[in-house]
Design a protein around this ligand. Structure first.
Ligand SMILES: CC(=O)SCCNC(=O)CCNC(=O)[C@H](O)C(C)(C)COP(=O)(O)OP(=O)(O)OC[C@H]1O[C@@H](n2cnc3c(N)ncnc32)[C@H](O)[C@@H]1OP(=O)(O)O
Length: 190
């Protein structure tokens, strides 16, 4: 069930918008900052970031990109939030929560019902209603279809043996989204 997270104070000039190709070098730096030793983010080739740019949202503060996050659709009703990162000097200001809110709004627009994430930041995602889960929340038929994906994140979602070293210590989490009501007002479950 989704939960409402406190907004960033109004005095901060923060905009969360869809990423552009010109943001990729900054996204590259944000990903690199957290994908080294004790990796918190999956390493990504720059070409993959360009290929996936339409999945990304960025947070811009006073004209500077200071955070990013992506929503990767896995199946008809299911997506994954991935690659959420905030500049080390701007952490703890509510930017990460704003990015996740934008990704969840996108998930609802797409008609998705469930959002998965794999993370060390359990409390952060729990604030949005994500709960830990075991296993892979898809039917055996969908599991078999997902095996056809070349995406490494999908391999992590499927808990395939060759990517298990990437995911050690991470928690698998799932959020059930409530669809927007017919009158257009999105009433969140609490
Ligand atoms: C699925 C995945 O992508 S997993 C990978 C997650 N990313 C990483 O691990 C990379 C390294 N970590 C980061 O980049 C960041 O710390 C993130 C993305 C996890 C969080 O981003 P931040 O901008 O620091 O988070 P944000 O400030 O929104 O919230 C963190 C805490 O700051 C505090 N905070 C301070 N000021 C504020 C504010 N104005 N509004 C909201 N929260 C605030 C809160 O205590 C909040 O804690 P809460 O979760 O209990 O609400």
């Amino acid at each position: 069930m989704e939960q409402v997270v406190s907004p960033v104070p109004a005095d901060r000039a923060l905009a969360v918008r869809r990423a552009r190709t010109t943001d990729v070098p900054t996204i590259r730096r944000l990903v690199d900052a957290y994908s080294g030793d004790g990796p918190r983010l999956l390493r990504k080739a720059t070409v993959t970031l360009y290929e996936d740019v339409q999945e990304f949202w960025v947070a811009e503060c006073d004209g500077q990109v200071v955070g990013c996050g992506a929503l990767h659709v896995l199946w008809e009703d299911l997506a994954e939030i991935r690659t959420v990162a905030v500049d080390a000097e701007r952490r703890g200001l509510g930017i990460g929560h704003r990015i996740v809110e934008a990704l969840l709004a996108t998930a609802r627009e797409l008609g998705l019902r469930r959002v998965f994430c794999l993370t060390f930041e359990v409390d952060f995602f729990a604030r949005h209603g994500f709960v830990p889960l075991n296993g892979t929340p898809v039917s055996p038929e969908v599991y078999a279809e997902l095996l056809a994906s070349y995406d490494e994140g999908v391999a992590e979602f499927l808990e395939l043996e060759h990517v298990k070293p990437n995911t050690l210590g991470n928690t698998r989490m799932l959020l059930h989204l409530r669809p927007p009501s017919d009158d257009g007002v999105d009433r969140r479950e609490r």
